[in-house]
Ligand binder design. Structure first.
Ligand SMILES: Nc1ncnc2c1ncn2[C@@H]1O[C@H](COP(=O)(O)OP(=O)(O)O)[C@@H](O)[C@H]1O
Ligand SMILES: [Mg+2]
Length: 299
């Protein structure tokens, strides 16, 4: 553990251990407004201030400001190519792994500059885990998939309990407890995605980033992941990119709608158009572009 990590960890007392879509009007159904207060009352995990993201000379995302609330699900929606994945990858510095990527503006994590010189990107990625579009288990046993991260972190004792805890947390334990030695690739797609979520939570992150986690899954597997996300917010902050507006409406507390502006040279730049409580954004959006998108007239 570096000095950096402990600074990152202590600033807010954060533990270190740590249905298919379609066009048309969207009715939010499962939004947790009951537990939601004004944004200022929710602890801020990330603050994005005037962030632009460049691939070489190309500015893929331009001047984004937004805050991500603790133990909330924040959804990012918008047409393909508007920079949702690009911005999501900034939250755990995954873009650092793509040569030529540059970030303008500032992203803070619990008030500390996520891109500060002293910050260790590896530690950042442990604290801020990621689940991808296509389930990507290692070609190893179910057990070894989950134990992988803790082992890399030097955990030797109590692995059985850790594996069980992560699989219970990802709502997969009952389905796999009798076949932990089986190859993870033999699981169904939906089970593989829950396995990937279990693998992510096994290293006790604080935030889980999800990039279209259900787009390769059938409706039943999708519903299971959505239920799981609701349960995970007891312990985790979740940011999800989804092309599925119904999914955003069902699972998220806040939704950010992005689109791409075309400049004079014909170059497209991703912009954040509107960011609000999910129920508000889907019922009475403030911007006509949001309205056009959610009613299926654009995108
Ligand atoms: N590694 C990359 N190198 C160069 N351009 C990229 C790279 N990844 C994405 N882009 C471009 O950045 C823009 C935003 O892409 P992306 O973040 O994937 O959008 P979304 O997730 O909203 O579909 C697109 O124009 C895309 O082609
Ligand atoms: Mg994407």
């Amino acid at each position: 553990m570096t000095t950096t990590s402990s600074r990152l960890s202590t600033s807010q007392g954060v533990p270190v251990t740590g249905r298919p879509g379609g066009a048309g009007p969207v009715q939010p159904t499962v939004v947790n407004d009951a537990v939601e207060g004004p944004f200022d009352l929710v602890d801020t995990v990330f603050e994005v201030a005037d962030v632009s993201v460049f691939y070489g000379d190309y500015e893929a995302v331009r001047n984004v400001d937004m805050k991500i609330g603790k133990r909330r699900i924040t959804a990012m929606i918008g047409p393909s190519g508007c920079g949702k994945s690009t911005l999501l990858r900034c939250f755990n510095r995954m873009n650092d792994l793509i040569p030529g990527t540059r970030l303008g503006g500032k992203i803070t994590f619990h008030g500390e500059d996520l891109y500060g010189d002293h910050v260790d990107p590896i530690e950042v990625r442990r604290r801020i885990g990621m689940v991808f579009q296509k389930p990507n288990p290692f070609p190893k046993s179910i057990y070894d998939n989950i134990a992988y991260g803790p082992r890399v972190n030097g955990v030797k004792r109590g692995l059985d309990d850790l594996v069980e805890e992560a699989l219970v947390g990802a709502a997969l334990w009952d389905e796999v407890k009798d076949k932990l030695k089986q190859n993870a690739l033999a699981l169904s797609g939906g089970q593989q995605q829950r396995l990937c979520i279990a693998r992510t939570i096994a290293v006790k992150p604080e935030v889980i980033l999800m990039d279209e986690p259900c787009s390769a899954l059938d409706p039943i597997a999708t519903a299971k992941i959505e239920d799981l996300m609701q349960n995970l917010t007891r312990d985790y902050t979740i940011v999800i990119v989804t092309h599925n507006m119904q999914q955003a409406a069902r699972v998220s507390h806040r939704t950010a709608f992005f689109t791409a502006d075309v400049d004079r040279e014909g170059v497209r730049h991703g912009r954040l158009v509107e960011y609000d409580e999910t129920s508000k954004l889907f019922t009475t959006p403030s911007d006509e572009r949001t309205e056009a998108y959610i009613t299926g007239r654009f995108g």
